[in-house]
Write a protein that binds this ligand. Structure first.
Ligand code: ADP
Length: 149
């Protein structure tokens, strides 16, 4: 089973969309194996978004992502990285298809509600930034017998 890192960003928390996001993840069949709400520290945010350090939007991205509580998760399941990116929709909500989180709930690229890792390397890196191994649970969903061939 693949694991990915998912965040409900401060805009999603402040708009009361945490349950909506979690519900979509769970209904799809993906399994939440770690979950926390916290205000992400500036150094952690800079590490998380390090690949964008030279981009003009980096300072405002870091300011926003550390501006209030966000919800961090590790989500597991078959092709969890690809499936979570599809659930979230395109980075710019203007391009996100209806039925995706961003396509249903967002308009501005800097307020796009959610994050999910975009590759196996990013998932491993981001999970390690936000969670200790001991915080990741190991359990079965009772419907796994129906979800998987
Ligand atoms: P994703 O979150 O879909 O993986 P990126 O890694 O490309 O997208 O960008 C990280 C985050 O930076 C985006 O989710 C978005 O909030 C913000 N961002 C990306 N591009 C821009 C931009 N041109 N202007 C403002 N914010 C941006």
């Amino acid at each position: 089973m693949e694991q990915t890192y998912v965040m409900v960003k401060p805009d999603g928390v402040q708009r009361g969309l945490v349950g909506e996001v979690i519900s979509r993840i769970e209904k799809r069949g993906l399994k939440i194996v770690a979950l926390r709400m916290n205000v992400i520290a500036e150094a952690t945010a800079k590490e998380h978004y390090g690949e964008h350090a030279a981009r003009p939007f980096f300072p405002s991205l870091i300011e926003f992502i550390t501006s209030g509580p966000s919800v961090s998760m590790v989500v597991a399941g078959k092709d969890a990285i690809k499936v979570m990116r599809a659930i979230n929709g395109a980075t710019n909500p203007v391009d996100a298809a209806p039925g995706t989180i961003r396509g249903d709930f967002a308009l501005d690229v800097g307020r796009n509600v959610v994050h999910a890792s975009d590759s196996p390397e990013a998932a491993a890196r981001e999970i390690a930034i936000h969670f200790k191994d001991s915080e990741i649970a190991n359990y079965s969903r009772v419907d796994e017998v129906c979800l998987y061939e």
